[in-house]
Design a protein around this ligand. Sequence first.
Ligand SMILES: CC(C)(COP(=O)(O)OP(=O)(O)OC[C@H]1O[C@@H](n2cnc3c(N)ncnc32)[C@H](O)[C@@H]1OP(=O)(O)O)[C@@H](O)C(=O)NCCC(=O)NCCS
Length: 143
Amino acid sequence: MQVHIRPLDVNDERDIESSFRIHAAAQAHDVPDFPPWSRTDHVGRLRHPWPGTSSDTWLALGDPDARGLVTVDLPNLDNTHMAIVELKVHPEYRRRGVGTALYTTATDFVRASGRRVLQGHYVTTLPGGAERRSRGVRRGDGR
Ligand SMILES: CC(C)(COP(=O)(O)OP(=O)(O)OC[C@H]1O[C@@H](n2cnc3c(N)ncnc32)[C@H](O)[C@@H]1OP(=O)(O)O)[C@@H](O)C(=O)NCCC(=O)NCCS
């Protein structure tokens, strides 16, 4: 499946809404025992990155709604070898290559930024979770 990806515009309300919808749906699906994702926090994180950190987000477009997103944070004061990646695909659109396309966008950007280590978080214990080892990902403790 062809996946169209473009940078999210933090000043575009439709992009904000699309990204919030994906985050909220993924959280309700993947970690239903967590408190609901706050729109205020979401908008704040997009528009005001952590001090000393640059943040870029890309949306995977769909018709009519976006289907996934990836955010790459680059620490610029310390840990300048690292990139922190957060990838989410709307539960209704998984297993169609959207996650892979977003991951490729993120890793291309990370390499071009000269970063050597990619850090991310994921849930390993819920039923139906993704098999990450097949993507060459290692746990931080080396196991
Ligand atoms: C992980 C995630 C991004 C994958 O998105 P996706 O669009 O479904 O990914 P793709 O369709 O590109 O899948 C690529 C491959 O990953 C593996 N995979 C993905 N989901 C899987 C699952 N539930 N179980 C087993 N393997 C899985 C498969 O090998 C798949 O290839 P295949 O469909 O040909 O078998 C998505 O499940 C998600 O948003 N999960 C919740 C958030 C998360 O854990 N993010 C990761 C780091 S922040």
